[in-house]
Design a binder for this molecule. Structure first.
Ligand code: MG
Length: 279
């Protein structure tokens, strides 16, 4: 079962996706974040299993998985080959930054190439959605706090990133998260998933999540040392080598390009690039 934040005819609702049909779960809570704050997804799965789909997936707009997330915390340089291609050292501690919800869109929504730059780049990543909140979470228990997984496009504006990291990672609608949340219990080993990023069908990045320098559990434990993680927080776990900036010559995204971030057992997030001037 997959969980979606979808829009059909009256605002964004929570639903479960079975085959190609969406089961409305909006009576369980106003958002996935609110539902996760109430308790484990197991209850919601049982509710959904007793219902029938009411709307076809093809007839809805999918929003980013947790549209009202409190935080999107991202790990930079979490794969050795990517750290090298960006010209930096391999970090000895997780290197964190945040993104705003406003910088993200959902599956099949357009990502926006900014007017202010020609260095718009892709980064395919595995996203972790927190279920339970907690502080000082030990590494060995950290995965128990995860509600599920999704795909993430950490769209990055490289020249801005050099003078203001926050700006370079937070241009409006420059990234994406989706298409859905896959419950954690369906993925026995989140560190053994093949991640592939394609631009216009061509493979640009391909690696196993096993290659992360800091595992998902390490990341959760590290973050929870300084802040109380909350249900619905989204963690982006870093990108492998192959980004546009690491190529000779660099490969920058342009209007009309199509980006797929596909993760084994999770799904495929697809977005097309639009120029800011065309919006
Ligand atoms: Mg990234």
């Amino acid at each position: 079962m997959r969980f979606v934040s979808y829009e059909y005819n009256e605002g964004v609702k929570v639903g479960a996706l079975i085959d190609n049909g969406i089961i409305d779960l909006s009576d369980a809570g106003p958002s996935l974040k609110a539902i996760l704050a109430i308790g484990p997804l197991d209850n919601l799965i049982k509710v959904a299993e007793r219902r029938s789909p009411t709307v076809d997936l093809d007839h809805v707009v999918l929003h980013q998985v947790v549209p009202d997330t409190g935080r999107i915390i991202c790990v930079g340089k979490n794969y050795k080959d990517h750290a090298k291609e960006m010209g930096g050292d391999v970090p000895s501690n997780p290197n964190l930054f945040t993104r705003t919800s406003q910088s993200l869109v959902g599956h099949q929504q357009s990502v926006i190439m900014p007017k202010a730059s020609e260095q718009y780049d892709f980064e395919g990543e595995l996203a972790v959605i927190m279920g339970r909140g907690g502080r000082h979470i030990p590494v060995e228990k950290a995965l128990d706090y995860v509600a599920g997984y999704s795909c993430f496009l950490d769209g990055s504006v490289r020249d801005y990133q050099k003078h203001s990291f926050t700006a370079g990672k937070n241009f409006d609608s420059s990234g994406a998260c989706g298409p859905w949340l896959v419950p954690a219990h369906e993925i026995s080993d989140p560190q053994g998933l093949l991640l592939t990023t394609r631009v216009n069908g061509e493979v640009m990045q391909q690696a196993s999540t096993q290659e992360m320098i800091f595992s998902i559990a390490d990341i959760i434990s590290y973050i929870s040392a300084f802040t109380h993680l909350e249900p619905g927080d989204v963690l982006a776990t870093g990108t492998p080598a192959g980004v546009g900036a690491g190529r000779t010559p660099p490969l920058w995204l342009k209007p009309g390009d199509h980006i797929d971030v596909e993760i084994e057992k999770v799904g495929m997030l697809s977005n097309s690039v639009k120029a800011e001037t065309d919006v």
